[in-house]
Design a binder for this molecule. Structure first.
Ligand code: HAM
Length: 420
């Protein structure tokens, strides 16, 4: 019987995993200097949480959620994104009683039943961050500059920061009306989903990927032309702060995002080298969501970056981050078996990656393995070495060699730090 991974999911194997870890480490380092702390939410949540927040008429809720009933007949969904669970946790744990802003980051798998293609998976990983309690557009700019620093730190280039404002409850009705007017004589040509969306949520038509709808939405009114005074002031200040922080951006008035919870600021970071699935990160404000989840009125903003897309870009720019052993203890004869085991174990206790040869492998094949692992030092131990108490070492990178005592191996391979 041969088993394969499910369609649209994938294993992350060495050496790729080292790129993943590098990205995760950089995110943790950078997000923490901006005051974000890790929050680990469950992967399963009540279906309702996603329906209420992402929106009933969105593609995610209509078509893409992995939803099932558990044994007690509860409706459960594998999280398709990370914002709703963090908001649920924020409200459930009364974190609105803590000083604002409360800032969190998370990373982990998300699940969407999408048509798999390059850069689009059914299980994919996001690194995201959410900040609660501040409506000041300074924090919107801080979040984008944090993203910029993160991308610079991991060596990503040729990124475009696109921003938009999709208004608030005050200006949205006017915009919806403008959209309804615009699509009223194009209704026949829309896909069945959009015909339905036209009545309930015309903004979603702008997000539809069906060819006919993409054509028909050309020339649709821009949300930025319907902003109320306060949203306009917020959007202008956001842009000003971005300029002060040297975050280059373009306004994309067509970007409405595929989730319903957004208010005011939305943004996407795209990369030219990624083909059609070119968004590496995306996010925005969701000033109403905490209240909808039963908390007090609390403005909030966040983003999520797609790990597969980030790591693909890093792989193509060939960042070499594969770690290698510091020492390989090759063995000659049975006497050396125990000695190599003890030496390697002591090295590991000191935090040094050590490998050993195993019985049944010729010296030649042991050395080949050391070489394939890009080991730094090879030490060969046989009967003679044990008797004399001295071992030959070879540094594979430059071919240099020498001798060290058995007891001196530890300091030789991993010199103690000098105390000044
Ligand atoms: P999103 O735009 O749905 O937003 O996803 C954010 C990022 O996740 C995308 O830009 C992309 O890099 C990655 N992504 C999404 N779907 C897939 C997929 N099927 N395969 C691979 N990568 C994917 C959100 O999820 C919001 N929760 C972001 C947010 C946080 N807004 C406010 N706070």
């Amino acid at each position: 019987m041969k088993y394969n991974a499910l369609k649209g999911v994938h294993d992350i194997l060495p050496p790729d995993i080292h790129i993943w870890q590098k990205v995760e480490d950089a995110a943790k380092d950078i997000f923490s200097v901006y005051g974000f702390q890790e929050l680990r939410a469950p992967i399963i949540e009540s279906t309702d949480i996603f329906v209420r927040s992402i929106g009933e008429t969105t593609d995610i809720v209509e078509k893409e959620m992995y939803t099932f009933s558990d044994k007690a007949d509860r409706r459960i969904t594998l999280r398709p994104e990370g914002t709703a669970p963090v908001v649920r946790s924020y409200v459930e744990n009364h974190m609105y009683n803590l000083p604002s802003p409360q800032k969190f980051f998370y990373s982990g798998p998300m699940f969407r039943y999408e048509r798999p293609q390059a850069g689009r998976f059914r299980q994919f990983y996001q690194i995201g961050a959410e900040a609660f309690g501040v409506s000041d557009p300074k924090i919107d700019a801080e979040i984008l500059s944090m993203l910029k620093l993160f991308f610079e730190r991991i060596g990503l280039k040729d990124l475009n920061f696109q921003i938009n404002s999709i208004g608030c409850d005050k200006c949205r009705p006017g915009y919806k009306k403008a959209l309804i007017d615009f699509f009223s004589d194009r209704l026949e040509g829309l896909c069945p989903d959009c015909k339905r969306r036209y009545e309930i949520n015309p903004l979603r038509i702008l997000d539809c990927k069906v060819d006919a709808c993409v054509k028909l939405k050309e020339g649709a009114p821009h949300v930025t032309d319907s902003l109320c005074g306060e949203c306009q002031i917020h959007f202008d200040a956001f842009q000003d702060f971005l300029k002060s922080l040297d975050v280059p951006f373009v306004i994309n008035p067509n970007m409405v995002r595929g989730l319903d919870y957004y208010t005011r600021t939305t943004f996407e970071v795209t990369c030219e080298h990624l083909g059609s699935q070119n968004a590496v990160a995306a996010g925005g404000r969701y000033d109403k969501l905490v209240q909808e989840f039963g908390g007090p009125p609390t403005p909030a903003i966040g983003f999520a970056a797609g790990m597969e897309r980030l790591t693909t870009l890093l792989k193509s720019s060939s960042v070499d981050v594969v770690p290698s052993p510091k020492a390989f203890i090759a063995i000659l004869g049975t006497e050396a078996e125990r000695e190599s085991l003890i030496i390697s174990n002591r090295l590991r206790e000191k935090g040094v990656w050590a490998e050993i040869g195993y019985s049944g492998n010729s010296l030649k094949s042991q050395l080949r393995r050391a070489d394939r692992l890009s080991t730094e030092y090879v030490l060969i131990i046989g009967e003679d070495e044990i008797k004399s108490g001295k071992v030959k070492w070879k540094r594979l990178s430059d071919g240099s060699q020498g001798e060290v005592t058995l007891s001196g191996i530890y300091d030789f391979v991993s010199p103690p730090h000098r105390v000044l």
